[in-house]
Design a protein around this ligand. Structure first.
Ligand SMILES: *Cc1c(COP(=O)(O)O)cnc(C)c1O
Length: 458
């Protein structure tokens, strides 16, 4: 399998090179040249473990790592999860909850970043190389990426988070990691500002090459690949006789739901992919109107979804416009300069599976309360956005809602919704009062780049 760019100006490259490149060097995103179809194998995967399904899917997209080594990477990556099924589905009365929070940092990001951390280590050992990871986080990517690489040789990691805009516990999960290869940067501004600095730094190819910059954000193809696995695994846990299942996905950067699109493109019987947004509804407006137009960021109780510019959206747009890289270059340039792009109906009609809607703070809190009172199940605020939107759409197929974080990461929202201090997790309790280390910076490209230059491995 080779990887190409959505903007069409990168020679096809192999998997390991795609992982190391992160964002495509022409400013686009890397995607596989094709999606292998596995429709006729899915029934026979029914009793496979998460790890076995992961190995089967990864083998279709990775042909430059020997099978034994790949198997070891998979085993090692998922041995840190505290549930035997890795990503279990809990069946409630109206829908299934796909629990993606059983990894070390209690958010779905671990599923991909435990694997990516080990993958980086494997490739660097093989190539005798060094890597400086640069990432931006709205809260969960940062800690998951840090957990994926803390203490690893030949890797330094620099994570920017918007100062004061993550939950205090999310910040603590990052800044309490004191290994000397870990650099947290609290940036004055929003997540979009952090992501903007990251993207500009990756687009500066001299800088990127000089410091061997690597990406852990969902611009990295390996993350999306790892996330396709749980769609198959969840399908196997709920579907009967090959029926179609819908997935509701609390969405920010469009990475998680894009993995669902890939699963569907590979032949998994998915009915609808339900995009659930909070007040930051740029993507749900797009799916309902064809207009992709950014607004101001609203800061909500589901902060991981407080995003106006969704990185992975470009990957989907590429397929929507019939894989036309020129059209993508044009659209993305227009969006960059005017903050708005309109996709014509002839392309919007290619959408055969996405439905989208948004929730808000009031409905999210009411959903948390209702599920606690009626089902004795505690939803985190992101998952509650997904559940609220899924319920509002009255779909006829079975629905699985992706649960993207453990509620204990957001105790204030849980307290507000239920009136009780219910959300606890031993991993987080253990962090309270921990020593921390963090560098504060203005949201300024040059300042961040010089901090990086001072502390990078080279
Ligand atoms: C990252 C994150 C999301 C958004 O996922 P995307 O892949 O960016 O769409 C939703 N919920 C939580 C808890 C997250 O950490």
């Amino acid at each position: 399998m080779k990887y190409i760019s959505t903007r069409g100006q990168v020679e096809p490259i192999a998997f390991k090179d795609a992982v190391m490149m992160g964002m495509a060097s022409d400013g686009g995103l890397l995607i596989p040249e094709s999606f292998p179809n596995v429709a006729d194998q899915i029934a026979s995967w029914k009793d496979l473990s998460f790890q076995e399904i992961a190995f089967k899917i990864f083998s279709l997209y990775i042909d430059d790592i020997p099978a034994d080594a790949l198997k070891n990477l998979v085993e090692k990556s998922y041995s840190t999860f505290d549930h035997e099924l890795v990503t279990p589905v809990t069946k409630l009365s109206k829908l299934g909850i796909l629990e993606l929070f059983h990894g070390p940092t209690l958010a779905f990001k671990d599923v991909a970043l435990q694997f990516l951390g080990n993958l980086f280590e494997y490739i660097l050992n093989e190539r005798n190389g060094q890597l400086n990871i640069l990432g931006a986080t709205s809260g969960d990517t940062g800690s998951a990426a840090i957990q994926g690489v803390r203490g690893k040789d030949n890797i330094n990691i620099f994570i920017m988070h918007p100062d004061g805009k993550t939950s205090p516990l999310q910040a603590l999960q990052m800044t309490s990691v004191l290994e000397k290869n870990v650099f947290n940067i609290a940036v004055e501004g929003s997540f979009d500002d952090c992501q903007g600095i990251m993207k500009e730094t990756f687009a500066d190819l001299d800088f990127k090459n000089k410091f061997n910059l690597g990406a852990v954000n969902s611009v990295n193809w390996a993350r999306i690949l790892a996330q396709t696995v749980y769609y198959f695994h969840a399908y196997n846990q709920v579907a009967e006789n090959g029926e179609k299942v819908s997935f509701a996905v609390p969405t920010g950067n469009f990475g998680d739901i894009f993995a669902g699109y890939i699963a569907k493109s590979m032949g998994l019987p998915i009915d609808k992919l339900v995009l659930a947004a909070n007040e930051n509804d740029i993507l749900s407006r797009f799916f309902n109107s064809g207009v992709y137009e950014r607004g101001d960021v609203n800061f909500t109780i589901s902060p991981a979804m407080d995003i106006q510019i969704a990185s992975n959206f470009e990957r989907y747009l590429y397929f929507l416009v019939n894989k036309n890289p020129e059209k993508i270059r044009e659209a993305m340039e227009q969006f960059k300069s005017t903050g708005k792009v309109v996709i014509e109906d002839e392309f919007m009609n290619n959408n055969d599976c996405f439905m989208a809607s948004s929730s808000n703070t009031e409905k999210t809190l009411a959903t948390i309360k209702k599920y606690w009172n009626e089902e004795n199940y505690l939803l985190d605020p992101h998952t509650a956005v997904g559940v609220d939107v899924a319920e509002s759409l009255n779909l006829s197929s079975k629905i699985v809602c992706l649960s993207t974080a453990h509620p204990a990461k957001f105790p204030d929202a849980i307290q507000e919704a239920t009136g009780e201090d219910l959300a606890k997790h031993p991993t987080l309790e253990a962090l309270k009062g921990a020593e921390t280390r963090c560098h504060k910076a203005a949201g300024d490209l040059k300042e961040i780049q010089s901090y990086l230059a001072e502390n990078a491995l080279s």
